[in-house]
Design a protein around this ligand. Sequence first.
Ligand code: MEV
Length: 428
Amino acid sequence: MTSLNGKPSSLIPDFDKLSIDERLRHVERFAGLSEEDMQQLRAPSNLDRELANHMIENMVATIAIPVGVATGLRIDGEEFLVPMATEESWIISAVGNAAQACHDTGGFTTSASGSCMIAQVQLLGLTNPHSARIAILEKRNEIAAECAACDPTLTRFGGGFHDLEVRILGEGADAMVVVHLIIDCRDAMGANTVNTMAERIAPKLQAWTGGRPALRILSNLADRRLVRARATWIPEALGGEAVRDAILEAYRFAEVDPYRAVTNNKGIMNCVSAVVLATGNDTRAVEAAAHGYAAASGRIRSLTKWEVAPDGALAGSIELPMPVGLVGGAVKIHPTARALVAILGVKSAEHLGRIIAAIGLAANFAALKALSTHGIQKDFMAHHARNFAIGAGATGDEIDLVARSLVERRSISTAAAEQVLAEVRKSR
Ligand code: MEV
């Protein structure tokens, strides 16, 4: 059956049971793909197709994202090269420059609050939520034992049940009791573990209180798993006190204006998510947690803080939730993610998270410095110019020639790139 737009039906029976190539053929017919498109989708990558097929449903192809390495990171006295997977040009060199500017004056100092995640169980239909709350708190030991039985391995590694909270939200007939199981997930991100625990505890909560369990799911506001980093940049490394003060003004803008704060934090997440992705972790979980945490005061603010140290240096700090793991999920099975974790040489999820905090701080420094001095377009465009050159068809040494000419002309567009490329070719 064809649809109004002339395309075949998107209902494809047993699509998930087909081979990857059969699925691709359906997609080819559906979308009218060219042979060039098909070749691209079939092209091998460093993620084996069969492994990819096991990782998600209805898999048809893989997409490669460039991985770069940020240099110059001195974190807690140790040296690091940090892999970043991103399609955004300029950010890796920007992070490296920011890190190098504080490298010889101490680099980054990091810490973490722990590795606990929260699982929520929502209980409805209770006329006596306050009594129910107390009744649940009385069962702390039983709840701890149930959680331990869910994941004995986690308990053996020193994790598992950590704390219990019971909240009452709403009033009267709308009141709900929300139980928080606070679980130390150690080196796992922990979503599967805490979801299993929430589902296992829910019927017990019903038996103890008469409340009807509704949602049983982790909270992505991972505020029991904070990572922190701080660093100072002396005025000489910044280009002077005027630059320091300009960075402070830029920061104050984000503190008072949500429109700016979201952009400020997007710049931080450019680099945070790049490391999260490179290490096979869940970018959406880290992003949701970061943005939620930034708005925890009721208004979104900068994830970083900037001030002047007594010696006149620019002092930056960052605190954000970091639900990342080193065991379980894609990080365990994706061979490239494993190799990139090996570049970092970290042995715990907490250590990975602390390095990511340092990267986030460096990212914000780089963006604020560029924005408050020469403006971002200079940095952006120098890198984007290469993409425009490639988009216009430049290859080999043409790419740099065209990109340089676009930057010099301060005219960066597809049309300009095509014109410059034509000129380059004519002159040869
Ligand atoms: C662009 O990807 C990120 C920035 O907009 C961040 C910022 O404005 O702070 C440059």
